[in-house]
Design a protein around this ligand. Structure first.
Ligand SMILES: Nc1nc2c(ncn2[C@@H]2O[C@H](COP(=O)(O)OP(=O)(O)OP(=O)(O)O)[C@@H](O)[C@H]2O)c(=O)[nH]1
Ligand code: SF4
Ligand code: SF4
Length: 307
């Protein structure tokens, strides 16, 4: 058995090399969005310790994994997030996905602890629709915007705004959102997200082809990211990324992330729950082999084969 991944990569049976860990550090959240997918993991109640998280990232980093995305639930509900960041080994990119309600007061300390950038969920700039989408009775949109401003101020950039496209709710707001991002001089990027069917939300589906065609007709340039081969449209000098995972074989064929659930299980795919590898109690020397096991179970969820 290997005691370290040094000099090796985590490459799955489909030739996809894992370059990034996507770690949920809690399943708790202070919102209850109508479309929430809980990272495909509604069940976890326990949370990994700072030490467990750091051990997993260190073991993955030995295999050349140099990017970590911290997510939830809402990761800012963990008061020890700064301790987690401080314990991570040197990496190319450490980012956080948050709803930003608690971001204004934490942005500075997160930056100081080593966080590079944040993605913020923001589906609408209309307070009433925001309440409806997030199931939050209080008017907290102002707090979210203040969190975004503070993140830009302290340099947690680029800040990406995650806008899940919702039929009859926000589909006509793309232009408003672009105007909102334009006031931040390129430090805020709009990311449009196709709704995934984890909950009973089929009625809220927006036609992704139509969105893509509209973006294409306005774009002066289109770039393609290595991860998922996601497209980035350059519109009026601003970048708009479109996350379009459904039935997208190219997206899955270029998936280079391994997930970690809040309670310490390696999760080879967001949409598959029966192939997890428990590392919650693993000793550091056991982690390389467990990472290799999880990666050996990685399958592209959407494939062109229909058996
Ligand atoms: N099916 C699928 N959807 C994903 C995957 N990664 C991200 N998504 C979707 O994209 C949304 C936004 O993800 P974020 O957490 O902001 O991170 P990201 O945009 O993937 O990552 P960066 O671009 O590196 O910041 C998620 O809520 C998912 O809906 C993936 O591997 N598979
Ligand atoms: S903020 Fe994110 S984790 Fe929380 S309910 Fe909304 S989608 Fe789910
Ligand atoms: S294989 Fe496809 S569905 Fe699964 S995590 Fe990767 S991109 Fe998402």
């Amino acid at each position: 058995m290997n005691s370290s991944g040094a000099g090796m990569t985590l490459t799955d049976p489909f030739g996809r090399t894992v370059r990034s860990l996507r770690m949920s550090i809690t399943n708790r959240c202070n919102l209850n969005c109508i479309y929430c997918h809980n990272e495909g993991d509604p069940g976890s109640v326990s949370e990994m310790s700072v030490k467990t998280i750091a051990n997993i990232v260190r073991a993955a980093a030995d295999f050349g994994v140099d990017r970590v995305k911290i997510s939830g639930g809402e990761p800012l509900l963990r008061k020890d997030l700064e301790d987690i960041l401080t314990m991570l080994p040197p990496l190319k990119d450490v980012s956080l996905t948050t709803n930003a309600i608690l971001l204004q007061e934490r942005a500075g300390s997160l930056k100081d602890a080593g966080l590079n950038r944040v993605n913020v969920s923001l589906d609408t700039l209309d307070p009433e629709k925001f309440r409806m989408i997030t199931n939050c009775k209080k008017n907290i949109l102002g707090k979210v915007v203040a969190g975004i401003e503070e993140a830009v101020r302290v340099g947690l950039t680029p800040v990406k705004l995650n806008m899940v496209l919702l039929k009859d709710l926000n589909e006509t707001e793309i232009e408003d959102m672009l105007s909102f991002t334009s006031q931040f001089n390129g430090n805020v990027i709009l990311q449009l997200i196709e709704l995934m069917d984890f909950k009973d939300v089929a009625d809220l589906h927006v036609n992704a082809d139509e969105v893509e065609n509209a973006l294409l007709s306005r774009a002066t340039d289109v770039k393609v990211r290595r991860m998922h081969h996601r497209k980035k449209y350059i519109i009026n000098g601003a970048e708009v990324e479109f996350v379009r995972p459904i039935d997208n074989t190219e997206f899955c064929a270029n998936c280079n992330r391994l997930r970690v659930t809040a309670d310490g299980k390696l999760k080879p795919c967001l949409l598959v729950n029966d192939n997890l590898v428990d590392v919650s109690d693993a000793d550091p020397e056991e982690l390389p082999a467990l990472l290799q096991l999880a990666v050996s179970r990685r399958l592209p969820f959407y494939t062109s084969r229909r058996d």
